[in-house]
Design a protein around this ligand. Structure first.
Ligand code: PLP
Length: 389
């Protein structure tokens, strides 16, 4: 997730230009003194065009994008929303924050939502499905969309971690009803904090646009101070500075994805011939972002030994296992106890995911490597794997 690696002159110039243009940091108004630049609007248009979707709404974070999308889908207190056991906690927080009940299903070998478990979890109360495309790879969207159609339940993609991945030669994120994106500092492109919501539905777009900005209906025939409203909203607006940095980063997205894919291959080539390594399954329709290299070993004790040797060699991991407590629902007793689910029950619900993740190693793939440090790291991984397997 390397946008932060490339923060540089372009981002700095983009921010400086705002001050040259009158220093307006707000997306709206101040028309006479902003040199006709509306950077949040420009970022939305640019993002929609690059992703290949009709509408894009910039917001303050990926978490806000998820919440506003759930509101737009009409999810109400007491409704159930299904998501997966392996995700960042924000997905579940967004569900909780709209008063809905998070329902957790396990992951399969894509490390994303298992469509079979998804179908089993559907009840008359289910109002939305959130597959999360974790760490650069799509969930099995084809099967998930079949379930969505069969039960007429909308899909909100959490694509915060896979900006730039593809599905059937389109950008991942345009296949479902609505999609949430994140530009926080760990993401593929970053503006420090920020997010985007994309959709091809005009009505969903209007609803997220209104909700993210206190209910403003953006009635262009009226001054903002007299704007109309139909439902309450909140403030999840993006600022002009975030949008300026976001656009500079978006220009770098293709370069980032290409570099990720090239560097990922060095790791993959180092390990693919070693027996007993179970590589992450990538759905055939998906061209992944390749910002993370994930595999599992046959047994947990081998993985623990692998991790010990990695540490000794100065190699780090990404989320699994270093930040697993923020990414695996079995650790979220503080959330699920409010729904009458005990820690033991949570462990039972998420057992399949726990079993896979405790055997897994997840390695960050960066854009920039000094000299031959990528090859050296890949050689070290090969040495460790040969020693253990
Ligand atoms: C899968 C997933 N969903 C949602 C989010 C939330 O995004 P943000 O940090 O922009 O609120 C993140 C961020 O880490 C994420 O990884």
């Amino acid at each position: 997730m390397p946008g932060f690696e490339l923060i540089g002159k372009e981002e700095k110039d983009a921010v400086n230009e705002i001050f040259d243009d009158g220093g307006i940091l707000f997306a709206h108004g101040f028309d006479a003194i902003r040199n006709n630049r509306y950077r949040v609007r420009e970022f939305e248009e640019m993002f929609a065009a690059r992703i290949g979707v009709k509408y894009a709404q910039a917001v303050s974070s990926g978490t806000a994008a998820l919440k506003a999308s759930l509101i737009a889908l009409g999810v109400k207190p007491g409704d159930e929303v299904i998501t997966q056991a392996f995700t960042f906690i924000a997905t579940v927080e967004a569900i909780v924050d709209v008063g809905a009940i998070p329902v957790i299903v396990n992951i399969d070998l894509t490390y994303n939502m298992d469509p079979i478990e998804l179908e089993k979890a559907i009840t008359p109360k289910t109002k939305a499905i959130i597959p999360v495309h974790m760490l650069g790879v799509a969930a099995d969207l084809e099967k998930i969309l079949v379930v969505s159609k069969k039960y007429k339940i909308p899909v909100l993609d959490d694509n915060c971690e896979s900006v730039g991945a593809e599905w059937n030669n389109e950008k991942l994120g345009v296949q479902s009803d609505i999609c949430a994106w994140s530009f926080d500092f760990g993401k593929t492109i970053t503006c420090g904090e920020g997010g985007m919501i994309t959709t091809n539905s005009e009505e969903l777009f209007k609803l997220v646009r209104e909700y993210h900005d206190h209910g403003h209906q953006y009635n262009m025939s009226l001054p903002r101070g007299l704007d109309t409203r139909r439902s309450p909203g909140f403030n999840y607006r993006m600022s002009e500075m975030q949008a300026a940095v976001g656009m500079a980063q978006l220009e770098k997205l293709n370069y980032i994805v290409e570099a990720n894919r090239r560097n990922y291959k060095v790791y993959f080539d180092a390990l693919y011939q070693i027996d007993h390594i179970q590589f992450r399954t990538i759905p055939e329709q998906c061209k992944p972002l390749c910002d993370t290299f994930i595999f599992a070993l046959p047994e947990e004790k081998q993985t623990l030994e692998f991790l010990k040797l990695m540490k000794k060699e100065g190699l780090g991991t990404k989320n699994v296992p270093d930040a697993i407590e923020w990414h695996l629902a079995s650790h979220w007793n503080h959330v699920f106890k409010h729904y009458g689910i005990s820690k033991e029950e949570l462990n039972i619900i998420t057992q399949t995911s726990i079993d896979l993740l405790k055997r897994s190693v997840s390695i960050p793939v960066m854009v920039n490597y000094k000299e031959d440090s990528l090859e050296r790291s890949a050689n070290k991984l090969f040495k460790i794997a040969s020693q253990i397997l």
